[in-house]
Design a protein around this ligand. Sequence first.
Ligand SMILES: [Zn+2]
Ligand SMILES: [Zn+2]
Length: 188
Amino acid sequence: MKSQNILNQVDLSQTYKEKTNDILDIQYDQSFKPHYGKNFMFRFYNGQPQITIGPHWPLSVCTIISIIVGTYFISAIIYIKSGIWHSSGSVLSGLILEICYLRVFLKNPGINFTSTYVAKTQKSCQQCNLEKEYGTYHCYQCNICVKGYDHHCPWVGKCIGEGNIKEFQMFLISILIFFSCNLFLIMI
Ligand SMILES: [Zn+2]
Ligand SMILES: [Zn+2]
């Protein structure tokens, strides 16, 4: 009985050792290299990019130019029709729309490099070598994993995820504000 207990203890300690070794192997996995996919990343803070620009940035440049031209064209019509005060309201709503767009365009959608230690787990993404948490999805257009993935938006040239979903919703609201505000300014 006693020897059985000792055997069990040996077994347990061996299992513990194996487990510890596994953890150590994972923690000291030096082969990990950050995978940037097709994104451009800037302003790293604690190893995380704060600014990312997606692969479809040429389309985003066209979008922002169209937004600027479109909003100022509407403001010009309001200026001709109703004068400077009405057109300043229009310019202001246009500026809000442009700022909201730029915030979505620049903010990191949820690309992170913190899970570098778990590269060997079953859950990891083979392309990114990262652990896939719940809600993380590998975007094949950006070729990178995005936390809290919502969708890939070609108009902002990147993914919409946990990191920029609020900014995206703000952008949609700003479109609504712009059109209702300008319709009101044209009608009065
Ligand atoms: Zn991935
Ligand atoms: Zn994407």
